[in-house]
Design a protein around this ligand. Structure first.
Ligand code: PLP
Length: 491
């Protein structure tokens, strides 16, 4: 691309080039999916590998798409862990789908930044509509719908979701208790709560000594006991502190523990504590009537969060947050600089999502969720969830039939927590063996699982939820685990 004087002239958005390159990129990605099982699921590169393969500085002159794609094949893909591979069972899934992908493409294509209604009315309005649709699928109480004081918003992550509601709750209580009361505010959660809450407390200035991390154990399958919460709240009140925030879980990260929302919510409500429910992973399952019971009691919550980017076929990132009182969010997070003023906002006629989140700029994320809901429909999404749970049951059965292994916590959704059993009650040796087993299995390239610790036990987590996973992949994964285990046990 040169002008008459030989200087490079950039034509960054040329429709015909987009058409040509776009087709080639889609082909590249489609081929990637076709051959995804040929790659080791967990990248096997060493730290710093890419520095040795790429130049120290950016090119001065244009290179071709072929050159870039060659480098993607040769240099980037070896350093990719294949989250969409059917052998990916680590952490929690992060689903992609054709519909989600197309929605992302459309969002990138339109290239809007929808911080205020006026910057692209469709972006705000579609987000409100789609979050209402999903709230209805989850059978959330009507207070979470956008018609009244409540509503939903798409955040980038569950971490952002808990941070914004924590800040909303903090400012709400400080408005009556006075700014100097910050040091008295107390947050409650179980020891199974995701570290995102701790980070949110650090950012929001909650004193670390006021974060009550309540202990759980196997007797409740790692769910928080309401008596423990009640005790802690009473003790803090007696000490002149101000209980103000409770985070409960539906599907903890370690083991999918489900806290008893109704009982916890009752305590929170009667003490004017903001009640947040983190259902980042398991929320998706609750669109199925048979799993809806796990969010019974959500009517007592002030906010509810689920990541559509985990187990709902919506490409990362798409974290759904509903609140009952949008004013609490906007009072804590809104700003109104001259350069953003406009008639619709000034007249209070519209939602400006910039006031529901940390950043100003925001992507048109609702498009991909809308496309997922429309191209698949709720019934297909329910079958999708049920199928993963069926595969998890199958894997659980394989594990439980082998006397060398045990299921550590009862499976609820599509996560199976298991381990090699200890011999002669030697828990330390058992933990070492489970670590070694995991490393060996992951080095096989055929699967990727992760681990956690429950009551001091190292536990292997098999989280089923990649869109391409089928029963044969579960069989293969189990064979890898069994082969590696038998090698370890007979060494
Ligand atoms: N909450 C739970 C239960 C999770 O499992 C996770 C991540 O796996 C998070 C919160 C944090 O999610 P995010 O990466 O969206 O911040």
């Amino acid at each position: 691309m040169q002008n008459g004087s030989g200087k490079n002239v950039l034509k960054p958005m040329d429709s015909e080039q987009l058409r040509e390159y776009g087709h080639r990129m889609v082909d590249f990605i489609a081929d990637y999916y076709k051959t995804i099982e040929d790659f080791p699921v967990l990248s096997q590169v060493q730290p710093g590998y890419l520095h040795q393969l790429l130049p120290d500085s950016a090119p001065d002159h244009p290179e071709t798409l072929d050159q870039v794609l060659d480098d993607v094949r040769a240099k980037i893909l070896p350093g990719v862990t294949h989250w969409q591979s059917p052998g990916f069972f680590a952490y929690y899934p992060s689903n992609s789908s054709v519909a989600g992908f197309l929605g992302e493409m459309l969002s990138a294509g339109l290239g809007i930044v929808g911080f205020s209604w006026v910057t692209s009315p469709a972006a705000t309005e579609l987000e409100m509509i789609v979050l209402d649709w999903l709230a209805k699928l989850l059978n959330l109480p009507k207070e979470f719908l956008s018609k009244g004081n409540g509503g939903g918003v798409i955040q980038g992550s569950a971490s952002e979701a808990v941070l914004v509601v924590l800040i909303a709750a903090r400012d709400k209580v400080l408005r009556s208790a006075g700014k100097n009361a910050l040091g008295k505010l107390v947050v409650y959660s179980s020891d199974q709560t995701h570290s995102a809450l701790q980070k949110a407390c650090q950012i929001a200035g909650i004193h670390p000594e006021n974060c009550r991390v309540l202990e759980t154990d196997a007797s409740t399958n790692y769910a928080l006991r309401p008596e423990l919460l009640q005790e802690a709240v009473s003790k803090d009140l007696k000490a002149g502190l101000i209980p103000f925030f409770l985070c409960a879980n539906v599907g903890t990260t370690s083991s999918t523990a489900v806290d008893p929302l109704a009982a916890l919510g009752k305590i929170a409500n009667s003490n004017e504590i903001w009640f947040h429910v983190d259902a980042a992973y398991a929320g998706s399952a609750c669109i199925c009537p048979e799993y809806r019971k796990y969010i019974d009691g959500v009517e007592t919550a002030d906010s509810f969060n689920m990541n559509a980017h985990k187990w709902f076929l919506t490409n990362f990132d798409c974290s759904l947050l509903w609140v009952k009182e949008q004013d609490s969010l906007t009072e804590a997070l809104s700003t109104n600089p001259e350069f953003l003023k406009n008639k619709a906002s000034q007249a209070n006629l519209v939602v400006d999502y910039k006031d529901w989140q940390i950043p100003l700029g925001r992507r048109f994320r609702s498009l991909k969720l809308w496309m997922v809901l429309r191209l698949y429909g709720a019934e297909t999404l329910k079958s999708y969830i049920r199928n993963h749970i069926k595969l998890a049951k199958y894997f659980e059965k394989l594990v439980s039939q082998d006397p060398n292994f045990e299921i550590v916590t009862p499976r609820i959704f599509s996560l199976v927590c298991f381990r090699l059993v200890p011999k002669n009650d030697d828990e330390k040796k058992c933990n070492n063996q489970n670590r070694k087993l995991l490393e060996a299995a992951n080095s096989s390239g055929k699967l990727f699982m992760s681990h956690t610790a429950l009551s001091g036990k190292i536990v292997l987590r098999c989280a089923i939820g990649a869109p391409l996973t089928e029963e044969k992949h579960m069989k293969e994964a189990w064979k890898v685990i069994q082969d590696e285990a038998s090698f370890l046990l007979h060494k």
